[in-house]
Design a protein around this ligand. Structure first.
Ligand code: SF4
Length: 395
């Protein structure tokens, strides 16, 4: 039997650290407003001014990683939400500098904690939370039904940031993939939140979890959240590496505008077994994509990170079943390089490989009428507009 669910302390700790920043629901003297915040993959803030959205991410201090500012304990990174490639202007850099100063001034308010020793078990903890729906811009939200992911890809980009959140709560340091917090009251909390917010698009995507990791069959937290969203007129956009998303296909097919994306980073299941052994076989993910498409659900594909592959075969397998795709390189190369070495494919870890493969994928998808663009913009996908060009208002 599971131990009783415990209230999670993480939000209270983040409030200690960020203090006045979390009261910024009216414009500050500089005109910036707090749009949303989260503390599950490190601490992140979305700030808005006019039509600009600035995403500030607070990570554990690591001098080897690029960032905009550093404090004794943290790296402070920032980018424009939905426009990650655009450089920050001077004003935005000043805002990030002010946040770094605030963190330096308040760091002593965090308790000094000693983390329990690491064990070798996978830790599944049932928790109660007091917030689930995270706003990230007008009409856009996200929800994480769980924190942590048992699929456990070694290259997962949230791994080291999520450990900062565990450190704040004095949880044992476990490798990414070896712990999951199950938010057992997520649907109840979400029901109250959607009653107070205007309907919009809600991402259930791998921000700190995969919404259809194996535990979903036991707990059905994602399904319960989808039911709440559907009942309140919100539009979910799901992204997963798991074929068990089809468990919810009847529900998803009933929700107007619901979108489902499958991450499929290679056409070759031998590569999948080497790089993401905890994820479902490629054939099963392609089959799930086809079933969602045939059920009338909006479908998209994500080829990220581009693993060793035959790009033409991957395009041929995915293109008939997706409206658009997002393509990206491997970013967590320090953690992923041993996988490339074991696979004997260090050539596929080079910039030239990513450039060459992306060019083949873009040309192949475009030739088959599949849009290739920034799928962070789920609003455009749901509305049928060209993604990445204009964020459509949600009504
Ligand atoms: S499935 Fe997604 S969220 Fe889970 S470990 Fe892999 S990349 Fe991370």
């Amino acid at each position: 039997m599971s131990p009783p669910a415990e209230p999670r302390a993480l939000e209270a700790l983040a409030r200690d650290l960020l203090g006045p920043l979390l009261d910024l629901d009216v414009p500050s003297r500089t005109g910036w407003t707090l749009v949303g915040w989260d503390a599950e993959a490190g601490v992140s803030l979305t700030l808005g001014k006019g039509d600009r959205l600035l995403l500030v991410e607070i990570e554990p201090r690591d001098d080897a990683r690029a960032c905009l500012a550093r404090t004794e304990r943290f790296n402070v990174c920032a980018r424009r939400a939905f426009r990650g490639d655009e450089p920050l202007d001077d004003e935005e850099r000043r805002v990030v500098g002010q946040i770094a100063r605030l963190l330096r001034a308040r760091a002593d308010l965090l308790p000094v904690v000693e983390r329990p020793p690491t064990t070798h078990r996978t830790e599944v903890r049932e928790v109660t939370v007091d917030r689930v729906l995270v706003p990230e811009g007008a009409g856009h939200y996200y929800v994480n039904p769980y924190t942590g992911c048992m699929i456990g890809c070694a290259f997962c980009y949230v791994a080291h940031r999520a450990d900062l959140s565990r450190a704040l709560e004095a949880r044992p340091a476990l490798p990414w993939g070896r712990y999951v917090d199950v938010k057992i009251n997520a649907a109840d909390v979400l029901r109250r939140e959607v009653a107070r917010r205007p309907p919009g698009i809600v991402r259930l995507s791998p921000i700190v979890t995969d919404p259809y990791q194996p535990l979903e069959r036991r707990y059905r937290i994602t399904r319960q959240c989808l039911e709440v969203l559907a009942g309140a007129g919100f539009t979910p956009g799901v992204l997963t590496r798991a074929a068990r998303v089809v468990d919810d296909l009847p529900l998803l097919a009933r929700i107007p505008g619901a979108a489902v994306g499958l991450s499929i980073p290679t056409d070759d299941d031998r590569v999948r077994r080497m790089f993401e052994p905890g994820a479902d076989p490629i054939e099963e993910r392609l089959d799930a994509l086809e079933r969602c498409h045939r059920a009338g659900v909006l479908t998209f594909g994500v080829v990220q990170p581009m693993l060793p592959m035959d790009p033409d075969r991957l395009v041929a397998a995915m293109a008939p079943f997706v409206r658009c795709v997002r393509i990206d390189r491997m970013h967590e190369m320090a953690r992923a390089r041993p996988l490339y070495a074991q696979a004997g494919r260090l050539d596929a870890a080079e910039d030239a490989y990513f450039e060459r493969t992306a060019a083949r994928l873009v040309a192949g998808f475009a030739a088959r009428g599949v849009q290739v663009d920034a799928l962070d913009d789920l609003g455009a996908l749901v509305s049928g507009a060209r993604p990445g060009v204009a964020r459509s208002p949600v009504s």
